[in-house]
Ligand binder design. Structure first.
Ligand code: PLP
Ligand code: COI
Length: 356
């Protein structure tokens, strides 16, 4: 049929890629920087319609009208997930379906059509396979895959765009923080907030990141690793970091703020909660007052980019509170368990890893 021919043509036009093993890279010094890889995946659709068919193309700039809704009004969301290379050469993607579901929920919040779960996972798989040579060797890092959904059509008045783009690109990454795996020193921000009830803090909207840069730059200038944000109403309860969720440990109890709209419901957060419960910790999702930091044994944060990172200190109202870090910490125990599953060293009994 005509449709089948059109589809075949789309496929035939996809650039071919080779199966070469690793790209020429200094794999020992990966940070978290954009490295242009070979291919990206792109799919478009109109408002009120569904995404139908996307395709790979060479990695490169995308064209947008100056009046694109994403540029003018921030109508855009993104995801981030990692693929690891196992010793046997297989590639392991961590919970892509969960990221697909979160994108769907975010798209709904931002009045955008979204790819189906299968379309999302297929796009991520294709992006991974096409950029296979950029997946770092075992233990050197991972390939970070970034799906984005944007209002690409023009909007001069505030309104959903008439046209949308979904694309995924990839970049090899190592440690998120410049200091590597050293414990983080956090700064509690008391003036600027990240999100308020009713806002978009609970979805991965691009509009959640620009506004925190001021607090982040200010904290980094003072030598801190990142900012710990407080709730917008009482300026008293812990929320999260600029790009990671927060946990505290006291005795055998691990607590983390509830994902009730103002923090991002992290896939790593959810995974770590489950791992912690399996390991015998008691886990509580509840409001945590900033004052509880003084009593905490450990503090750590979680995120795809960040991993499970220990926090060495939190500075609040000019006082630096310190925590246990290093060997025998719960943070290390949970981090090793998670990384073990993600890299294939520990058997994946939970069906979290998609083997490619
Ligand atoms: N919080 C924020 C604000 C983030 O940007 C991220 C990163 O995705 C996270 C938390 C952690 O979420 P996940 O574990 O799904 O990567
Ligand atoms: C991730 O952890 O995947 C993120 O999206 C964080 C990013 C803002 C750096």
């Amino acid at each position: 049929s005509q449709a089948a021919n059109a589809l075949k043509q789309v496929h035939d036009e996809q650039p071919s890629y080779s199966d070469d093993e690793n790209a020429e890279m200094d794999w020992d010094n990966l940070g978290f920087n954009p490295i242009a890889t070979d291919f990206m995946y792109l799919m478009k659709c109109y408002k009120d319609e569904k995404f139908v068919q996307g395709q790979l193309s060479h990695y490169g700039n995308i064209q947008l009208s100056p009046s694109a809704a994403v540029l003018n009004y921030g109508q855009g969301i993104f995801e981030g997930m990692k693929a690891h290379r196992k010793e046997d050469g297989s590639l392991l993607l961590f919970r892509p379906d969960q990221h697909a579901i979160r994108m769907k929920i975010g798209a709904e919040r931002m009045c955008m059509p979204s790819p189906s779960i299968d379309q999302f996972v297929d796009a991520v798989k294709q992006t991974l396979l096409a950029n296979k040579r950029w997946v770092p060797p075992p233990r050197k890092g991972s390939l970070y895959i970034r799906p984005m959904l944007i209002g690409s059509g023009s909007a001069l008045g505030v309104a959903p765009a008439p046209e949308y783009m979904f694309f995924t690109y990839a970049s090899p990454v190592g440690n998120y923080f410049k200091q590597g795996k050293a414990p983080l020193n956090l700064y509690v921000e008391e003036e600027l907030i990240r999100a308020a009830p009713g806002g978009a803090g609970g979805v991965k909207s691009i509009s959640n990141y620009g506004p925190v840069m001021k607090a982040l730059v200010n904290a980094k200038r003072q030598g801190f690793s990142d900012v710990l944000y407080l709730d917008s109403i009482n300026k008293k309860y812990l929320e999260e970091l600029s790009a990671a969720n927060i946990f505290i440990l006291k005795g055998n109890v691990i607590s983390t703020p509830p994902a009730s709209g103002t923090i991002l419901p992290g896939i790593t957060r959810k995974s770590v909660i489950e791992i912690a419960q399996d390991l015998g910790y008691q886990v509580e999702e509840r409001a945590i007052s900033v004052d509880e930091l003084r009593e905490a044994d450990e503090v750590f944060c979680t995120g795809t980019a960040v991993g499970v990172a220990s926090v060495g200190s939190v500075t609040y109202q000019g006082r630096r509170i310190e925590f246990k870090v290093g060997a025998n910490s719960a943070c290390q125990e949970l981090g090793s368990a998670l990384v073990g599953i993600q890299t294939g060293l520990i058997e994946d009994e939970k069906d979290w890893v998609l083997k490619i």
